[in-house]
Design a protein around this ligand. Sequence first.
Ligand code: AMP
Length: 105
Amino acid sequence: MASIFTKIISREIPAEIVYETDNLIAIKDINPKAKTHILIIPKKEIETINDLETEDREVLADLFFAAKKIASDLWISEWYKLQFNVWEKWWQEVFHIHLHLLSNI
Ligand code: AMP
């Protein structure tokens, strides 16, 4: 079954998109835990970090380069953190990997 993020990528569900490439999308978190809370999501549906394969190296690298660009665009390059939640015990709710970019600026 398509994840909620796949439905956002295919525009079945609306979201506030802040950045998009052929391989990923970045959206504002619907329930922000910080003043700036962006989710950077690969278009490839991978359930958790534990499901990454060697061939996904580039997918993962793209997420970090997107985070760097978004932080720069938002002028928060010196004040942000990045986070992956992995599995339910550590609060992963959506089983389609996504990098949280958080800042209190
Ligand atoms: P995680 O707990 O790491 O799986 O994070 C999932 C995040 O997705 C949470 O911070 C939610 O607030 C966010 N979220 C869930 N549904 C949506 C949505 N439709 N649009 C934007 N963010 C969402």
